[in-house]
Design a binder for this molecule. Structure first.
Ligand SMILES: [Fe+2]
Length: 364
């Protein structure tokens, strides 16, 4: 058990389930219960790898319902696990609500200190939202929930008044708006506060160093320190094992497969996944993603503050933080091929990739 933080005490006293462990098989089916204050069914997800850095919370909205508005003093990312609805965002300085509609697999940012109200626009389907923010970390600095949830502060110049605030996010050329700690600034990235469909997005760059012909897009929320990335990799392939810091919550917009996570020299944890699965690689644990489905698989990784990259996603020391295919435990390949065979599929991993650690994958 890790140290209990101020956030844990607040979270555990809300009276709704707290889901722990290493993964959630399906956020759409996760057990929730009534949260009187928010007037909805909800649950917290605090997996081992979140390590008291990041919050993940699930909210359900019944058909046709509008939830009461609430304020949060820090930035928050919302991912639409399922359903269709509308969000209104405002503050006392910008009292005319900015309103935008969303559906399955959309993602958006709610800026700090703004009121937000979520509504379900459908009369027959429930909505499930996944919320991600740094509240656990923030409450280690100010251990008073009211400071974050009941604070009368109104930001003076609201960037949200800018009409582009919730227009569709765009790919822009590299530059300082990208706030990631350790990437090449010239690389293009996806920038904005509203991303209509993470499952459909196909403007991706090759990410050759992680293998499997994988592609990815870096995502930066406008006017925020928050960021994330999404990776897409072809069917019947798998990526290289790597490791980094804590707090990165991964959700699957589409695809089918599994990931293996392990601390060096320790037992492996198997994480089966499909659409709406969620998992978090623990701090400094190796993890490796395998696509067992007939189509591309994609995962969306919400980043902790870049101070927590730790072992970085870029992998500064490849020998230490990434396992090249020729160096991996033979079990890795064998198990993958067995699992594919059960589905009458064959591995599309090229044989030379197992021999040459500098094997250059051709982008699909
Ligand atoms: Fe990772």
């Amino acid at each position: 058990m890790r140290t209990k933080f101020a956030y844990d005490e607040w979270m555990e006293s809300r009276g709704v389930p707290v889901h722990r462990g290493y993964f959630v098989r399906d956020v759409r089916a996760l057990e929730l219960s009534w949260w009187e204050q928010r007037k909805c069914d909800a649950a917290f997800i605090q997996l081992a790898g979140q390590e008291g850095v990041s919050e993940a919370r699930v909210t359900e909205i019944k058909p046709g319902e509008t939830l009461p508005a609430y304020k949060l003093a820090i930035d928050e990312v919302v991912y639409v696990v399922s359903g269709r609805g509308v969000t209104n965002v405002w503050s006392d300085e910008a009292p005319t609500p900015r309103s935008f509609e969303w559906q399955d697999h959309a993602m958006f940012l709610i800026p700090n200190n703004h009121q937000r109200q979520f509504a379900n626009m459908q009369g027959n389907e429930t909505v499930r939202l996944l919320h991600y923010n740094y509240l656990p970390l923030a409450m280690s600095v100010v251990p008073d929930p009211d400071f974050f949830l009941n604070n009368p502060y109104v930001p003076r110049a609201s960037s949200m008044q800018n009409q582009d605030f919730y227009s569709e996010a765009k790919i822009i050329a590299g530059g300082d708006a990208l706030r990631w700690g350790d990437v090449e600034r010239q690389r293009a990235f996806w920038y904005g506060n509203f991303f209509p469909d993470m499952r459909a997005w196909d403007k991706l760059d090759a990410l050759s160093q992680r293998g499997a012909g994988g592609k990815s897009v870096m995502i930066q929320f406008a006017g925020s320190d928050m960021s994330c990335h999404m990776s897409v990799f072809p069917h019947a392939t798998y990526k290289k094992a790597h490791r980094h810091g804590p707090g990165r919550v991964i959700v699957i917009p589409g695809g089918e497969g599994y990931s293996v996570m392990w601390q060096e020299g320790q037992e492996k944890v198997m994480v089966p996944w499909q659409e709406a699965s969620l998992f978090v690689p623990p701090n400094k644990w190796f993890h490796q993603h395998f696509n067992l489905g007939p189509t591309d698989a994609r995962y969306l990784a919400f980043h902790p503050p870049t101070q927590f990259h730790g072992y970085s996603e870029k992998v500064e020391d490849r020998a230490k933080d990434q396992i090249e295919y020729p160096n991996e435990d033979p079990w890795v390949r064998q198990y993958f091929e067995e699992e594919l065979a059960k589905r009458s599929l064959k591995s599309l991993m090229p044989e030379p990739a197992y021999k040459d650690p500098d094997y250059e994958w051709k982008a699909a």
